[in-house]
Design a protein around this ligand. Sequence first.
Ligand SMILES: NC(=O)c1ccc[n+]([C@@H]2O[C@H](COP(=O)([O-])OP(=O)(O)OC[C@H]3O[C@@H](n4cnc5c(N)ncnc54)[C@H](OP(=O)(O)O)[C@@H]3O)[C@@H](O)[C@H]2O)c1
Length: 261
Amino acid sequence: MSDDLFDMTGKVVAITGGGRGLGREMAEAFASRGAKVAIASRKAEVCQQTASEINGELGAEVIGLGLHVGRWDQIEPFVNEVTEQLGPIDVLVNNAGSSPLYSTLTEVSEKLFDSVMAVNLKGPFRLSALVAEQMAERAETAGTGGSIINISSIASAEPSAAEVPYALAKSGLNTLTVAMAHMYGPSVRVNCIMPGPFLTDISQAWDMDAFNKMARNRIPLQRGGKPSEIVGAALYLASDASSYTTGSIIKVDGGMTWAPA
Ligand SMILES: NC(=O)c1ccc[n+]([C@@H]2O[C@H](COP(=O)([O-])OP(=O)(O)OC[C@H]3O[C@@H](n4cnc5c(N)ncnc54)[C@H](OP(=O)(O)O)[C@@H]3O)[C@@H](O)[C@H]2O)c1
């Protein structure tokens, strides 16, 4: 397989939640293969700082923008801003996510439930719909296509008691992936990465002794993922390397989940 298959030269990539964690790793990987990248989260200044660090390191074109992905009215202006600054979006990565802690299900407030749905499902729904439609229109006029990558979670397949609203939202994201692959093919491919436990900021709240013990027993690769280990699947799905792949949900979880994706 030629490395050209993973070339992203001139492609415009938008990544939500790209200022840190898995989003930042993907932004760096796309930029290092020639893409122009927009990263966005609630903290515009963090995204701008990350963008300037990647630009300094790689001489790439990365911009940082502010976006609360759970706010419907911010989504269209975000798409317009990226298009104005970098060009029409070729690759969208719905990466922003969060799973706030709660004690029992009855303690889950309407506010918590709605905010988890908003960030993990409602925002990706609206953003994907707008971007996919533009990608499909461009495919008609310019012959280009597009790729949308949703970042779900193994919680969607094996939900634990501690993350029920999050698991519901992420399983909705899996469903959105399959539905949109059917709606927007053949010009737009829509796929999903289902990560297992990755050692990003999220893991700072974990009891690492308990985690490592669990990992030795339950994860075939016996450890959590390094953030950089998300990149292979992301580059595959963003690039021509996956030209016959759509509607797929790819587990990147060290083998932890038994359920087929
Ligand atoms: N790490 C894991 O173990 C793991 C496992 C399974 C799935 N995942 C999924 O992988 C994705 C990335 O996770 P991560 O570990 O990199 O998380 P992270 O380090 O906590 O980063 C989350 C990112 O999402 C952004 N974000 C949160 N709420 C947002 C909102 N309302 N609007 C816009 N951006 C928002 C954050 O930026 P701001 O705070 O600046 O908004 C941040 O950039 C998430 O979807 C997560 O659910 C992670």
